[in-house]
Design a protein around this ligand. Structure first.
Ligand code: CA2
Length: 154
């Protein structure tokens, strides 16, 4: 595209990282009333279709340090970062610090709406360092987040 800087070109060729935190590997197996009946694999497949020519890197971990490592990796390797940190959203200063140091736009996503649930879910260490949050729309929230991320980097 004429007028784009070399830096913009670089950003556009980088993948969107989509990082998922603890217990999200259980999606589709229980609590469908809260989290829906799609598995994480179903969501990943839909995002790959939606991404078209853009690349996505889709991962899940149950380990806080691994999530921190991946956020640090995203800072240099990704064009944008989508994160559903699961319960670490409400507990992890380490994740907050990693996201704060991350040089790419961050979009927070949640299947449920934590603000409408138990009071311990109201504390949030991710939202203050995210560009925006999509919550309460189930698996569709990931698609909305990817649309937003692609618009940010193209
Ligand atoms: O709504 C979300 O996406 C959450 O990030 C999900 C987390 C929860 O701790 C957050 O407050 C909100 C929980 C993920 C656990 O997912 C399960 C899925 C199926 C069965 C059991 C757990």
């Amino acid at each position: 595209m004429s007028g784009d800087t070399e830096q913009d070109g670089d950003k556009m060729s980088k993948p969107v990282y989509i990082l998922n935190g603890p217990n999200l590997n259980l999606l589709g197996t229980r609590e469908p009333d809260i989290y829906g009946s799609d598995t994480l694999g179903d969501i990943e497949a839909r995002l790959n279709t939606l991404a078209g020519n853009a690349k996505i890197v889709f991962r899940q971990t149950n380990h806080e340090g691994e999530l921190v490592d991946w956020v640090q990796e995203a800072s240099t390797q990704a064009g944008a970062l989508i994160v559903n940190a699961g319960a670490y959203t409400h507990t992890s200063v380490a994740l907050h610090d990693a996201l704060r140091a991350c040089d790419v736009p961050i979009i927070e996503v949640h299947l449920s709406n934590p603000a409408a649930r138990e009071s311990f879910r109201k504390r949030n260490f991710v939202a203050p360092v995210a560009k925006g949050t999509i919550a309460g729309f189930g698996a569709q929230g990931y698609e909305l987040a990817l649309q937003a991320a692609l618009k940010l980097i193209t």
